[in-house]
Each structure stands twice: as structure tokens, then as C-alpha cells.
Design a protein around this ligand. Sequence first.
Ligand SMILES: [Zn+2]
Ligand SMILES: [Zn+2]
Length: 283
Amino acid sequence: MKMFNFGSRAIFGLIGSLLFVSIPAHADHAWGNYHWARATSQFTLKIGNNLNNSWGGYLSMASGDWNNPGAVGAPFTPVITTVVSGKSNRNCSMVSGTTQVCNKTYGNNGWLGLASINVNSSGHITQGSAKMNDTYFNTTKYNNPNEKLHVMCQEVAHTFGLGHQSEDGSSQNSCMDYFSNTGTNSTSTLSTKPNYHDFEELTIIYGHLDSMTTVAPMSSATLGAIEDANDWGKLMSQSSEGRSSTYERTEPNGSKTITHVYWTQESVENCRSCDHRFEPHDD
Ligand SMILES: [Zn+2]
Ligand SMILES: [Zn+2]
């Protein structure tokens, strides 16, 4: 899906300059147009902190960056995050009306970070989760502040309804890209924060008001935990570089749970187009 979006952005730019029409800010990196229902132009999303000390600071930083559009010259953000005590468990069961953030050694399963949202029949997000896989973040390659902040910043923002700005590994200086802050780039702070266009996109996604809200406070009913890859459901899309996949499953109550997976570099090397759940991952 991003492939097409990325292509269409280039085409829009070309047409815009040929015809001298101003093209409105492109809505090209929403995540399937999913968004929280709310009746105000700005809303506060509770982010449940279920992290241990090795991660708490990165969540605070990411939250602060998403709350501060002015840092990149953007005039507004509809989503204000507030970090609160976690209400989940280590497997990150979702809690209605909130995003829960967790870390754990989830295993050599190929993914660095995972974001899931549950979407009701009207297409509104009702709850989200973001997981950081310490099985990789405990290794020398991934255990550095810039890579951790990049992945945290991205996974949390997927639960706002935001998709990627690019998936080819280049840096747009947005955490919503797949630049790798590892190896010779481990000291680079590129792509560790949102950029101007991320706020522009959020403003588009939340440009309308809803008549009701799916944002907490709400009942704290939980859906089944997404504990392993077999719970993710059907593979819906995958980036051409293979590092980003989206899965979807239907819940017993008719709602859908959508999971976004951020794969490690190693896990996609053998076959970029395969469903990486079913490939062997080295220990
Ligand atoms: Zn809506
Ligand atoms: Zn992502």
C-alpha cells in the first residue's frame, strides 16, 4: 500500500507544478484512515506505561515529541498524549479507550516493534497496544538510544492511526520511516522524532469531528491478548522492502484488530515478500 502512496505523492507533485494549482496537503500516510472517535478537535489519549526502567524514558520522550508540533514548526496537533500507569500485563492486552505500551523478551520472532489497534464497525479505533521486543533490543546492534526512540515513537503513533512516510530505509527525518539507527548510523538522531508532515497528516486524519468518542474513560473490558503471531490473523499488506507488514483478525464481537509489525533487518533478508511469521528466525 505504501508503495502506491509513495508513488502518488511524486505524481501529485509533478501535476501540481505543471498546472500551477496548489495541491492540498497530501493525506498519504494514514493507516487505513483509522482514527479515534472524538467530538473535539484536540483530544487526550492515555498511554499506559507497562515498561520497565530500560524503556520508560523513551516513552516519555516520544510522548513529549508527539505533543510538541511547534518543535518542527507545525501549528497544531489533534492528539495530545498523556503517559499514565499501565493497566495491562506483559503481553500487552488492550484496555478500552487507551494505548498500552509494553516491553518484554518476546522471542526471536523477527519483529522489533509491534503496534495493534482494535477498530469497531464504524472504523474508529477503540484501543491500541505497542510492544518493544527486548530479545532484539538487548543485543548490541539494536540496543542504542536512537534506535529505541525511533521504534517507540513509531509504534505509539501507529495507534493514533498514522502510517509510514517511507519504507525504503531512507530517512525522512521522521520516526515514521524505516531508517535504521544501527551500525554506522547508531549515533545518528535522524528519524527519532516526528517531522512537520506527521503533524500535517494527523491534522488531516482528525479534520472532522465525530458525534461520540472512543477515547477513555470507558469501560475497561479487554479483548483477547495478542500473544503470538498466530493471533494476528490474515496478512493484509507488506512493504516491498519487507520490513513492514499489516495483519488483520476479526474479533468475536465483530470488531477488527489490526496489527502492524516492524521486522528486524535480518528477518527479511532471505525473502522480502514472504510472510515472515513462517520463516525460521535465528537464535
Ligand atoms: Zn470519525
Ligand atoms: Zn511501523
